[in-house]
Design a binder for this molecule. Structure first.
Ligand code: HEC
Ligand code: HEC
Length: 272
């Protein structure tokens, strides 16, 4: 995995909170006029990107995908979309918006890159909101929880290079179905969020220090060492390497079929 991709991912994590602030603000404001959104300059920050994206989304997308991006009569719930959740860089989401899927009734939108990015920022902010709405998720796919085949799920789990590489049903996942129920379990399986990335930073002197990644943007890398002390460096002065344990999940995501997910869910629900 390249540093670039990792940065994107980390940025996504930290921005989401900002975006939420921006969104809660945006939702209390009267809707932005369509024309101002379309002509808006490149977003300066990602919080403002999500806000611009919101305006654009309400104008161009909401009547199919719903105001909250959670699905409408003629467009799917984007907060549960495998494509959206698995797209680390935003490139796939932007491609769908730009090219459309005409045969499936998703029209193309010839937006400029900053506008596309603002839509991605908005959709991602909506994913975070949707995940935090406990039990209130619309479009709950009850089928995922009920129609799977336990045997097939176990087979997939034990398969070479898949889940059993990192997990054990008698170890870390023992009792997982008692700790997390239904859709929450499914979201944890598909996109675990709690795991902390490690980073090791090597200074120009050759000295290196490893810890939990605490900050990363274009200019600065920061970590917390074993004592919990925060250190940070200007990126141009050091080399650093990030190890993000959940990348495997995100990378597997586009490879699952719906049946795989149903089966895995059926199997995980036996781990009580
Ligand atoms: C006329 C209705 C309509 C409009 C307007 C519309 N979409 Fe869609 N969109 C769809 C449909 C239908 C699909 C599902 C296509 C398919 O099944 O492959 C879709 C799919 C998508 C997907 C891919 C989801 C996935 O899981 O594959 C994204 C992302 C998306 N739309 C974003 C947008 C954005 C952003 C806008 C506004 C700029 C927008 N759409 C406007 C109908 C619409
Ligand atoms: C390369 C290692 C790796 C692979 C492969 C992997 N996972 Fe994970 N998984 C993780 C890490 C790391 C976490 C985060 C652990 C945490 O948050 O405590 C995690 C979290 C989870 C969780 C949430 C656990 C919790 O307590 O919230 C579930 C469920 C899960 N994985 C299921 C699976 C399934 C099913 C597969 C196979 C389809 C799989 N994982 C493949 C590393 C992996």
């Amino acid at each position: 995995m390249t540093t670039h991709l990792l940065k994107q991912r980390l940025l996504f994590g930290s921005i989401s909170v900002l975006s939420l602030v921006a969104l809660s603000f945006a939702f209390t404001q009267p809707p932005v006029q369509a024309s101002s959104a379309a002509q808006a300059p490149a977003p300066a920050t990602d919080a403002s990107a999500a806000k611009q994206g919101e305006a654009l989304f309400q104008q161009s997308c909401a009547f199919c995908h719903g105001r909250d991006a959670m699905g409408g009569e003629t467009g799917p719930d984007l907060t549960r979309s495998k494509l959206v959740l698995g797209d680390k860089t935003g490139d796939q989401i932007m491609a769908v918006i730009h090219e459309g899927r005409i045969e499936k009734k998703m029209p193309p939108f010839p937006f400029a890159p900053p506008e596309l990015r603002s839509l991605v920022a908005f959709i991602r902010a909506r994913v975070v909101v949707a995940d935090s709405e406990k039990g209130g998720r619309r479009g709950v796919d009850v089928a995922d929880l009920q129609t799977g085949n336990v045997e097939q799920g176990k087979k997939f789990f034990d398969g070479p290079g898949t889940c059993s590489k990192c997990h054990s049903p008698a170890g870390d996942l023992a009792g997982i179905a008692s700790r997390h129920k239904g859709l929450e379990l499914e979201m944890r399986m598909l996109y675990p969020r709690d795991a902390r990335s490690k980073v090791s930073v090597t200074m120009s002197t050759g000295k290196s220090i490893t810890g939990t990644l605490a900050y990363l943007d274009e200019f600065t890398v920061g970590l917390r060492d074993a004592e919990g002390i925060y250190h940070s460096w200007s990126i141009e002065n050091v080399k650093y390497k990030v190890d993000s344990p959940v990348d495997a999940h995100v990378e597997m995501f586009p490879k699952y079929t719906d049946d795989d997910i149903h089966n895995l869910m059926a199997y995980l629900q036996t781990l009580r």
